[in-house]
Design a protein around this ligand. Structure first.
Ligand SMILES: Cc1cc2nc3c(=O)[nH]c(=O)nc-3n(C[C@H](O)[C@H](O)[C@H](O)COP(=O)(O)O)c2cc1C
Length: 196
């Protein structure tokens, strides 16, 4: 047990994202994906509403994804250059497995939407950890595509939003640690009640 615990802790202490554009394949097998998604779905969720969805995009659907992105780009930026278009081609064809994580809050429920959205973020984090625990590298990106109505309509039902695109693959070279992590004292303090 101690060994399992130690390795879980060292995973959490060392895990870092990879840049989706730098990942190489292959992505997880179908069995591994099922495991990753089952872990992601095992996320704290006030009210047991499961206010999130995971949409996997198959390798042979990448051209269709590109078509959606190019249409969205045309709608939102009619002056898009060939360079912009090339970026959409590249994004749609990044290596590995793509999971689109969707926030699907239940409106007008006693559980506030804010809490449901927090649960979606936690599900995304669980998904990243599961992928890394299986020996993959994952990266979560949003960008304009996550906020585009056209792209949203391709993945979401009314009232849902894209929380991110998570790519899962392998790092082509050793991952560099992030430039900076917040020093603990910047994000933690012991509570000192204000004078009443
Ligand atoms: C909600 C969300 C959106 C993100 N969107 C982007 C993005 O659009 N572009 C990007 O390069 N990274 C994006 N990131 C990833 C982070 O910038 C960065 O990769 C991550 O914080 C690295 O942290 P880690 O090494 O602890 O995994 C996003 C992360 C989250 C949680």
């Amino acid at each position: 047990m101690l060994n399992d615990r130690t390795s879980l802790l060292s995973l959490l202490e060392s895990r870092r994202s990879g840049k989706p554009r730098e990942l190489v394949g292959p992505g997880p097998t179908a069995e591994e994906m099922e495991r990753i998604l089952a872990i992601a779905a095992r996320t704290p969720d006030h009210g047991k509403l499961a206010p999130w969805r995971f949409i996997t995009v198959a390798g042979d659907q990448r051209d269709t994804l590109e078509a959606v992105l190019q249409e969205a780009l045309s709608e939102e930026n009619p002056d898009a250059t060939a360079g912009h278009r090339e970026k959409e081609h590249e994004f749609a064809h990044y290596s590995g497995q793509l999971v689109v994580i969707v926030s699907a809050p239940v409106p007008d429920h006693k559980i506030p939407v804010w809490e449901q959205e927090l649960s979606c973020g936690a599900a995304g984090m669980n998904l990243l950890i599961a992928a890394h625990a299986l020996g993959y590298v994952a990266g979560w990106v949003t960008g304009w595509r996550a906020y585009s109505e056209h792209v949203r309509n391709a993945f979401c039902e009314p009232g849902e939003r894209i929380a991110g695109f998570i790519f899962i693959g392998h790092a082509a070279r050793e991952l560099e640690e992030r430039e900076r992590r917040p020093p603990l004292e910047a994000v933690h303090k012991s509570w000192r009640p204000r004078d009443l």
